[in-house]
Design a protein around this ligand. Structure first.
Ligand code: PLP
Length: 386
């Protein structure tokens, strides 16, 4: 008998996984595939972090930690807010989590009532709406485009808010567009949410991966905001499954309770490894890699535009270019699949990011070297006959 919970009908697989499966198949047949679909850094985890993990495991540090994480790591993150942003965040408000994914699950496990509505940007990170649904909340899309830098505005939020709305989730920099919210914009959104007694969650997972400007943290806007972050992207620890969340004080014990019940604790060796993430030698490695990401973006964005893709908002962070491909194709899913089959370029079609003109958009991740990007652009040039 197969009788899954009703919510599963509302939760989708990543479409890009099919593309990735096909890409792997082609590779197994000897084809050279350039991976621009992958949303994770291509760099290995910095050596000081790896060494700290090995030491921890060899030293027997393999048992449960407190549910909210190692006190020393919570302190290190609090220090990081002080040194990086000049913002005081008490370690007692920091929960270490199983990635930003774990943080989002904990937040919605504490906040979502059945039927409560949650506003979020479309296009946006696909798992958000599925996580909300998992906890019986209802995702409600705010369609965003270049006119608001692909971010919700206070007016859009006010318009979308109704009696069932419980809160707003934004990401800055955003996936798939890489666009940022300024301090003033975060403050204005917070005001709208506050005035409606809602919850405001800000996903800062791509902080540390901005180019030209630093991303302002929502922690500087108010201590009633849920701020989500991760060791996955900036610290290049995707597979270590470690992140954190700055929790509004009244909810810390709730998050602790849910963490105890859902996962017991974040992965212990990963937490010990992350203690080395803020060391100056690690930061030096990460800064060099950030410069490399910037060089990739600066090469790829104009190159794609010269081929007929349109980048309608300035991507200031993350490692994605979200392109309007309507001048080249009227179906981005077909385009993505055809590019893969004919020239071995894997990119993510818009359908993975929501229902806001997905067929017109495609996301290229610059998670591969400039040399490989050059090869990709050459193949695309031939493909489009430019
Ligand atoms: C915007 C955003 N939030 C959260 C996540 C989840 O990341 P992780 O669980 O690896 O920290 C991702 C991953 O791509 C993301 O793009």
């Amino acid at each position: 008998m197969y009788r899954p919970a009703a919510r599963l009908a509302d939760i989708a697989h990543f479409h890009v996984v099919e593309l990735l499966t096909r890409a792997r198949q082609l590779e197994a047949e000897g084809r050279d595939i350039i991976h621009m679909e992958v949303g994770e850094p291509d760099f290995p985890t910095p050596a000081p972090i790896v060494r700290a993990a090995v030491d921890a495991i060899q030293g027997g540090k393999t048992q449960y930690t407190p549910a909210l994480g190692l006190p020393a790591l919570r302190e290190a993150i609090a220090d990081f807010y002080q040194s990086r942003y000049g913002v005081t965040v008490p370690a007692s408000r920091i929960a270490i989590t199983n990635g930003a994914s774990g943080a989002l699950c904990l937040a919605f496990s504490c906040l979502a009532d059945p039927g409560s509505e949650w506003l979020l940007a479309d296009p946006g990170y696909p798992c958000n709406r599925h996580i909300m649904r998992t906890f019986e909340g209802r995702p409600r899309s705010i369609l965003v485009g270049p006119e608001s830098n692909y971010q919700p505005t206070p007016a859009l939020v006010a318009d979308a808010w109704n009696e069932r709305t419980a809160g707003l989730l934004v990401a800055s920099p955003a996936n798939p567009t890489g666009t940022l919210l300024s301090h003033t914009e975060i403050a204005a959104l917070a005001e709208v949410v506050r005035s409606r007694q809602g919850h405001f969650l800000v996903d800062e997972i791509y902080h540390g991966l901005t180019y030209e400007i630093d991303a302002p943290t929502a922690c500087a806007v108010g201590d009633d905001i849920w701020v989500i972050n991760s060791f996955s992207k900036h610290f290049q620890m995707t597979g270590w499954r470690l992140g954190w969340m700055v929790v509004p004080e009244p909810y810390v014990r709730d998050v602790e309770k849910m963490a105890q019940n859902l996962t017991l604790c974040p992965t212990t060796p990963s937490q010990h490894a992350a203690l080395a993430a803020f060391a100056p030698e690690t930061i030096d490695i990460l800064e060099a890699r950030r410069a490399e990401f910037k060089a990739r973006r600066d090469f790829l964005a104009p190159a794609l535009e010269s081929l007929g893709f349109r980048i309608t908002a300035q991507p200031q962070g993350a490692f994605y270019l979200y392109c309007d491909c309507s001048a080249l194709s009227d179906d981005s899913s077909k385009l993505a699949s055809d590019m893969l089959e004919t020239i071995g370029i894997a990119a993510t079609p818009g359908i993975d990011f929501g229902a806001n003109e997905p067929e017109k958009h495609i996301r290229f991740a610059y998670t591969t070297s400039v040399d490989r990007l050059q090869v990709a652009v050459e193949r695309l040039r031939v493909y489009f006959g430019r």
